[in-house]
Write a protein that binds this ligand. Structure first.
Ligand code: NAD
Ligand code: HSO
Ligand code: ZN
Length: 432
């Protein structure tokens, strides 16, 4: 058998330890150094501000920055030609994102919980947000749309796009059509540090959004843990995909979906789970055949070393393993895939049937492709409108109602030994 891929694993025959190891994210093995290196960059930016940002941009992106922000003039007088098919594709993607995200708008809540007691929940945008758009050699312009559309629909008033230099013409075009005026030419952990802490030349933001490689994701994690830091959307690190297949599956489509997500990053990971040995073997062959024809092999070869094809007892076992792994992307290449939705407990985004390649969701379906990785889909969701908003609670009590409620309040406050709480009620009801 071809040495590029791991051998097919028979799940039942594996020890508990081996099962655990197989489902581990590749980043885990590099975590100690990663934490240290990223924390060093963050500390340096905190202490040395602009100087450190320029130093790391030269070191990691090989760009000698003069200005951190793209100039107003360059943005406003943006005339660079964008190919018309590319324009149409960007506009279609934007329109579908707007439709799906507009539908996520939540209604305010306004209820009477007790006669004379009114509770409301109103929704407000987070004012200043930083949108990290990854990639320098191949900037993820689709990600610029995935982040900008919900930020704008939510009403965020101060939006900064942060992306490694040199900033591509397409990102400038997207900023222009989304009316975003601030573009910060910084990548990696230093870009996240700039958004989180601010410097003499850079304004800090309230919340950082967007995916990135292991440095970006680790930096987001670390800045969100500092009291003086910022909020983040989620851990949206190197792409992962898990496919469940049965004996009816199209082997070529599956191999193409596995390879597609493997080209993102050497730390990306894929799983193919199936109860059919024949399908498992055919997919293994097909992956190699399609891989040989690709030019973009570098990341994929490494991804093969920590990706697995697993043979299960039945489809139920496939879902059990998938829920345990909690993938970013789950693709169901099985007969009557929609009927299996109740078996899904954890996943970022799910793709049903043969005609829903993940690449379609990456670009044009209107669903958001910024998704939780590292198993965080157990508790986190795909990026959506609510991530750019917060709720404020408003409460109001009528005088008579406070009289009625006072004994209940003071019973509870007395039990907790909160004398001043009790007094603040009695002063209105007993002494009035
Ligand atoms: N989970 C999601 O929703 C999602 C969506 C899209 C993309 N992604 C992921 O985003 C990532 C994009 O990665 P990328 O690398 O192309 O772009 P990136 O913008 O995330 O990272 C590039 C930056 O990494 C920094 N860097 C590079 N080498 C470094 C080093 N040795 N030490 C410190 N910093 C270093 C550089 O500053 C560079 O600007 C991929 O992993 C992809 O899978 C995830
Ligand atoms: N698959 C990525 C989400 O994890 C998104 C993406 C952008 N461009 C291509 N794909
Ligand atoms: Zn992708």
């Amino acid at each position: 058998m071809n040495k590029l891929l791991n051998t097919i694993m028979i799940w039942e025959s594996l020890s508990q330890n081996k099962k655990k190891k197989i489902l581990e994210r590749p980043i885990l093995s590099q975590q100690k150094n990663l934490k240290k290196n990223v924390s060093k960059i963050l500390k340096d930016v905190l202490e040395n501000g602009d100087f450190a940002l320029k130093k790391y941009t030269k070191k990691f992106d090989n760009v000698q920055l003069k200005n951190f922000y793209v100039s107003k003039d360059k943005l406003e007088n943006f005339t660079q030609k964008i190919d018309s098919k590319l324009k149409q594709s960007i506009l279609l993607s934007k329109k579908n994102l707007e439709i799906f995200h507009q539908a996520q708008k939540q209604k305010d809540i306004d209820v009477i919980t007790y006669p004379g007691v009114r509770c409301q929940r109103i929704t407000l945008p987070i004012q200043s947000v930083g949108l990290y758009v990854p990639g320098n050699k191949f900037p993820l312009i689709s990600t610029a749309l995935m982040l900008s559309v919900p930020a704008i629909l939510s009403g965020c008033s101060d939006i900064t796009i942060c992306t490694p230099p040199p900033v591509s013409a397409e990102i400038l075009y997207i900023a222009k059509i989304c009316k975003i005026k601030k573009i910060l030419q910084l990548g990696g952990a230093q870009g996240i540090a700039a958004l989180a802490f601010g410097t003499t030349s850079i304004q800090k933001v309230n919340k950082i959004f967007g995916p990135g490689n292991m440095y970006v994701t680790e930096a987001k994690l670390q800045v969100s843990q500092k009291i003086s830091g910022v909020s983040i959307d989620m851990l949206a690190g190197p792409t992962e995909v898990l496919i469940i297949a049965d004996e009816f599956s199209n082997v070529s489509y599956i191999a193409s979906d596995l390879l597609a997500q493997s080209e993102h990053d050497k730390n990306s990971q894929f799983f193919l789970l199936t109860p059919s040995l024949k399908i498992a073997e055919l997919i293994q062959l097909e992956i190699i055949q399609q891989f040989e024809k690709l030019e973009n092999k570098k990341n994929i070869k490494k991804v093969f070393t920590h990706s697995y094809i697993i043979l299960t007892k039945n489809l139920f076992e496939c879902f059990k393993i998938s829920n345990q792994y909690s993938p970013e992307h789950l693709i169901l290449h099985i007969k009557n895939s929609r009927d299996w939705i109740p078996e899904i407990k954890n996943a970022g985004s799910v793709f049903l049937g043969s005609w829903t390649p993940e690449a379609a969701g990456d670009y044009v379906t209107g669903a958001n492709h910024v998704l939780p990785t590292y198993g965080s889909s157990k508790t986190y969701s795909s990026l959506g409108l609510s991530d750019f908003q917060k709720h404020i609670i408003i409460q109001e009590i009528q005088k008579n109602s406070l009289n009625e409620l006072s004994s209940y309040i003071t019973t509870l406050s007395n039990l907790e030994g909160m004398e001043a709480h009790t007094h603040s009620v009695n002063i209105r009801t007993l002494l009035a």
